[in-house]
Every structure is written in C-alpha cells, then in structure tokens.
Design a protein around this ligand. Structure first.
Ligand SMILES: CC(C)(COP(=O)(O)OP(=O)(O)OC[C@H]1O[C@@H](n2cnc3c(N)ncnc32)[C@H](O[C@H]2O[C@H](COP(=O)(O)OP(=O)(O)OP(=O)(O)O)[C@@H](O)[C@H]2O)[C@@H]1O)[C@@H](O)C(=O)NCCC(=O)NCCS
Ligand SMILES: Nc1ncnc2[nH]cnc12
Length: 294
C-alpha cells in the first residue's frame, strides 16, 4: 500500500508486494476507464478530446490530470475494501481524493461523482479480494449490501447541486444509484456496450458513444437538473432516446446525428456529468466482470 494508507487510523495495512500490485492494477483500470470516457466523442454536452462541450471551465487535459491524480486514492479504496472498512473510512479517502482533484484542476469539480461511484466499485473489488464477498456477486450488489444503508444515512452537503436537485425535484442522485447497486450500470450501460459492439464492430469509440446516449436517455442526472431544471432533463432524455430509436451508432449517419444532438445540448448549456461517470463505471465493470479487454 502507498504511504497514504498508513494515514488511516487503527488499521493494520498489508504492504506486501502482492497486495500492493493488486490494488495498483485495479486503480490503473479505474483511471483508464475515466480516460476512455474523455476519449469519446460526441457525448452530448460533455467534455472530450475534441471539444469542451457545454463547459468553459474545463477541458480534456484537466480531466486527464484529474484521472491520474485520483489513481492512488482508488488504490486506497481497494485496500479499504480488502479490510472490510466502513463507509466512514471510505468517505475519508474520498474527501482526500476530492482535495487532490481540486488541487490538480485549480478548484474545478471534474470527478467528484466519479470519486464516489468508481471509488465504491474499487472498494467492492477489494471486498472480493479480501474474502468478504463472493466473486459471483456483482460488484454493484456488493456495494449495496455492504455500504448501501451508510450511503443513504451519511452526512450530506447541504448546498451541493445534488442536494438542491434532491430537495427541489426529489432526485435520488449519486447516492441512490450507489445504494441500489448501480442499476444504470448493469441494466443500461453494460447492455448498451454489448449491443453497440454488434452495431459498430471494430469501432470501440462508437460503442462508448452508444452507451453514453443510453445512459442519458434513462438517468435522472442531477447535473442536468441543476443546469436545465426538469425541462432540461426531459429534453436531454428525449433527444438521447430519439438517437437510439433511429438506430443509434448503427445508423449510417450516426456521427452527424450524434454531433447535432451534442450541439443542441451545448446551445442549452446542458451537461450530463452523471452519465459520463456511469459510462466510465460501465467500462470498469465490463472489464472486471466479463473479461472484456478495453
Ligand atoms: C456522495 C456525494 C458525491 C454526492 O454529491 P452531491 O450531493 O453533489 O450529489 P449528486 O449531484 O447526486 O452527485 C454528485 C455527482 O455525481 C454525478 N451524478 C449526477 N447524477 C448522478 C446519478 N443520477 N447517478 C450517479 N452519479 C450522478 C455527477 O458527477 C459528475 O459531474 C460533475 C462534473 O460535471 P459539472 O456539470 O461540471 O458539475 P458541477 O461542477 O457540479 O456543475 P457546474 O457548476 O459546472 O454547472 C463531476 O462531479 C462528475 O463526477 C454529480 O455532480 C458527495 O455528497 C459526498 O459526500 N462526497 C464525499 C466523498 C465521499 O463520500 N466519498 C466516498 C468514496 S467511496
Ligand atoms: N466528460 C465530462 N464532461 C463534463 N462533465 C463530466 N463529468 C464527468 N465526465 C465529464
């Protein structure tokens, strides 16, 4: 384990090379999935290697810096899962990760939701490795069973966009998604990745675009609610669903259609950051639970 782990009080830390390399391998995959999300275009309203979408405060390089600075914290999350730690310990790691992210981005929130969601999935991988969960139970279900209650009962940030969306629209946000075992990953993201592999064989970026649209069409994304209210969320969901109904990335002009929707989101300053995180998490789960090489 790296030196940060020793900062976690009252726990023995296994620093053996075998454990350390396992944690680092999983953390490297988490980082790679966050990077793959950025290297995907067009994702309606979202930042990619091509443009900054609906954002003037962040770009692809900032997201890449953010993803790499988070890697050691994902490794710590794996270690915490291996020790069957509580949500309060995971939260301490997450808050340190947020501070590191903000330092790397000059104060911009690139991956706060991803620290939470991907961090929990990393911790769930650790549960399995530490013998606290069987390898046949989906990672998301392990998150729900082990930490779901603590996630819902945990301290809230009263003025966060998510809390405001929750109180104003009744949105469950990232917590609800996690406490329920990431249903949008298993019921939307993963199936969309598999369907798209048939629609666009040999084009992994198109496959990721399809999964992003599938997630936007269904997810109650608090980023969309924060920026566009209920009208913004419904507009985004319908536009994404229309793209899928017209064949998705299987349509001959899928790129033109996807880019037009991307521009429509930009005109409305809509940015489905939650869907972006869940795309990265779907890639992570697919590689770990279905032995698919990204
Ligand atoms: C547990 C928290 C992370 C919850 O945070 P919050 O109270 O803010 O609640 P949410 O908004 O629900 O979630 C926060 C982020 O999660 C993503 N998200 C949104 N909707 C969903 C959803 N339905 N399911 C899953 N995930 C969702 C989204 O994150 C991404 O977007 C952000 C970047 O986009 P941007 O538009 O720039 O966002 P802003 O800067 O906020 O808006 P603008 O000003 O630009 O308009 C980025 O975060 C992406 O990751 C939501 O933003 C938190 O309360 C918490 O407690 N954290 C402490 C650490 C912790 O507990 N860690 C545990 C480690 S295991
Ligand atoms: N690519 C992206 N653009 C904007 N917000 C995001 N949150 C997570 N990934 C994002």
């Amino acid at each position: 384990m790296n030196s940060r782990a020793s900062a976690i009080p009252n726990v023995s830390v296994d620093n053996s090379p075998r454990v350390r390399s396992f944690q680092e391998r999983i953390a490297a995959l988490a980082e790679r999935c966050l990077r793959l999300e950025i290297e995907t275009w067009p994702k309606p309203g979202l930042v990619s290697h091509i443009d900054t979408g609906s954002h003037t405060d962040m770009d692809a390089d900032m997201f890449r810096r953010s993803a790499s600075v988070l890697r050691p914290y994902f490794a710590e999350m794996v270690g915490a899962g291996m020790r069957d730690e509580s949500m309060s310990i995971l939260r301490k790691i997450g808050l340190r990760a947020e501070r590191a992210m903000l330092h790397a981005t000059g104060g911009v929130n690139t991956h706060r939701g991803a620290i939470f969601g991907m961090g929990l999935l990393c911790a769930a991988v650790g549960l399995r490795e530490g013998g606290h969960a069987d390898s046949q139970t989906p990672l998301g279900l392990n998150v729900s069973r082990r930490w779901g209650k603590e996630i819902l009962a945990g301290p809230r940030l009263p003025d966060s966009h998510g809390e405001m969306a929750g109180s104003r629209y009744g949105a469950g946000g990232a917590r609800q998604e996690a406490a329920q075992g990431f249903p949008c990953v298993y019921q939307i993201g993963l199936p969309a990745l598999h369907d798209a592999a048939r629609l666009a064989p040999g084009n992994p970026e198109a496959v990721r675009v399809q999964a992003c649209f599938a997630l936007i069409a269904v997810l109650e994304d608090t980023n969309l609610l924060h920026r566009g209210g209920l009208d913004g969320l419904r507009f985004a969901q319908q536009a994404a669903q229309d793209f899928l109904d017209q064949g998705g990335v299987g349509h001959t002009d899928w790129l033109g259609r996807a880019e037009a929707i991307h521009q429509a989101f930009i005109e409305r300053r809509l940015s489905p950051g939650g869907a972006a995180d869940l795309l990265a998490m779907s890639l992570f789960v697919m590689e770990l639970e279905e032995e698919v090489v990204l």
